[in-house]
Design a protein around this ligand. Structure first.
Ligand SMILES: Nc1ncnc2c1ncn2[C@@H]1O[C@H](COP(=O)(O)OP(=O)(O)OP(=O)(O)O)[C@@H](O)[C@H]1O
Length: 440
């Protein structure tokens, strides 16, 4: 039941945005084939759905003016007024960036406001990207260094513009696909699998028919589509994009927005006040991004989550953090000792954990597992003041030979599929076998 008492018959799966979000202040009803944008005729034609998030739906569209394919993010009406995303993306615009010198950060191409029955929606137009991690694929282990270095370079660019991202987890990293523009709208219609759609039917006949779409639309897997229909486009040249600035803010002394990062990737300076002190909105900044990225690297190299996901309880996160960092801050001591799952901080516990990580990375074929472990340990430090900046991380020995790799990866396909038995999403047993004491 939505806030205004409306009910819809429609799918209730994770793959679709909830139909109850189509209400006053909520999502913009968008249909395939719609033309939107200021001007006559409207500039953008909706081709496929690319995804949805907590505040938006995102669509692949054809830009009829520039004759290119773009991603349109329709922000829900109630978030439009307070969203900082447009401001942040405008600051991150790189003037005159040429091929090979991109900032590895998604670029804003255009924006406008669109009015629907549910209110005024901000629409952000960016380049379309292929997610870095898809359910059945990741990037080739041999390009690990280059991918991770590009991500850190992108983060250094973001931070140098006074911005904290606030939502750095694997779903928000992608590859640029500049060659996608050569595909016309008919190429997509004819070659992509027709999306699964589900009719949306309001229970009440009084419901405004303009406030909801006629159907919820399944999303196009852009990586799979391009790998099948235009394999030469993906990853040539390899160029990472950090995207989703919906949780970002300009660090200028003002209060940061509420953190939107999934709990696993939240930095200790956010997690501890939330779970131990019941503070919902602890302050966070660029240093929190460094922690989140350290955690995300574990997923990005194909090793699954660094923390065990089964029976996960956020209140245990400080214990897991102590386990991988090997120290208990004074302010945490009472909390760590008073829980029903006391942590036995055994000597060598943390070293053993990282030795196992190293062996696992080697098993996955990741380049220089020891170097990667050293890099991650520099990032995963409980005290934010002791974490290196993104700029400093670029000088880490792990990347000392990655510049030479850049030219090689431009000519190889960076994405590959996991063989059926490959531990793509490691579970708690394979990921953190030595954390069992925490699960008692
Ligand atoms: N430029 C893009 N190219 C391709 N797909 C995109 C693009 N931007 C977003 N998406 C897809 O749409 C989804 C939702 O986008 P995004 O994460 O920006 O929305 P949000 O409402 O801010 O979500 P969140 O809940 O993650 O904060 C993404 O997970 C991704 O799959």
């Amino acid at each position: 039941m939505s806030d205004d008492g409306r009910r819809f018959a429609g799918p209730d799966f994770d793959e679709y945005e909830p139909s109850k979000s189509y209400t006053l202040g909520g999502l913009c009803p968008v249909k395939l084939g719609d033309s939107v944008g200021p001007g006559t005729p409207p500039r953008y034609r909706i081709l496929f759905k690319l995804g949805f998030g907590s505040f938006s739906t995102v669509w692949l569209a054809r830009d009829g003016v520039e004759r290119r394919n773009v991603a349109l993010k329709f922000v829900q009406a109630k978030s439009t007024a307070r969203s900082q995303e447009l401001n942040v993306l405008e600051r991150l615009r790189a003037p005159n960036s040429t091929a090979g010198q991109e900032p590895y950060v998604i670029q804003l191409l255009d924006s406008f406001e669109h009015t629907s029955a549910n209110g005024v929606h901000q629409v952000l137009i960016t380049e379309p990207v292929v997610p870095l991690l898809a359910p059945d694929s990741c990037f080739e282990p041999k390009v690990t260094k280059d991918v991770l270095r590009q991500i850190i370079e992108g983060l250094a660019y973001i931070h140098s513009h006074g911005i904290a991202h606030g939502d750095l987890y694997p779903a928000n990293f992608g590859f640029a696909v500049p060659g996608i523009h050569r595909l016309e709208d008919v190429d997509f219609w004819e070659q992509a699998t027709y999306p699964q759609i589900w009719p949306v039917i309001p229970f009440s006949p009084l419901c405004d028919p303009h406030s909801y779409p006629p159907y919820l639309c399944g999303k196009l897997d852009l990586g799979e589509f391009l790998s099948d229909c235009a394999p030469d486009i993906v990853g040539h040249p390899l160029s990472v994009r950090i995207f989703d600035f919906g949780g970002a803010y300009v660090v200028d002394g003002s209060a940061p927005p509420r953190p939107v990062t999934p709990p696993f990737y939240l930095a200790p300076e956010i997690v501890f006040p939330q779970v131990a002190l019941n503070k919902e909105d602890p302050p966070w900044d660029q240093w929190s991004d460094i922690w989140s990225l350290g955690v995300a690297f574990h997923d990005l190299v194909g090793a699954g989550g660094i923390f065990p996901k089964t029976f996960f309880d956020n209140r245990k996160l400080p214990h897991h953090m102590v386990h991988i960092c090997g120290e208990v801050p004074d302010a945490w001591r009472d909390y760590i000792d008073s829980r029903p799952w006391p942590l036995d901080v055994a000597p060598g516990m943390t070293e053993k954990f990282w030795e196992r990580r190293k062996a696992y990375f080697a098993q996955l074929g990741v380049e220089d597992p020891a170097g990667l472990v050293r890099l991650m340990r520099r990032m995963l430090v409980l005290d934010p003041a002791k974490r290196p900046s993104a700029q400093e991380l670029l000088d880490d020995p792990y990347f000392s030979d990655s510049a030479s790799l850049r030219n090689i990866v431009g000519s190889t396909h960076p994405l590959h599929c996991f063989p059926p038995a490959f531990p793509a999403k490691a579970d708690s047993q394979t990921t953190c076998p030595n954390l069992s004491t925490l699960e008692n």
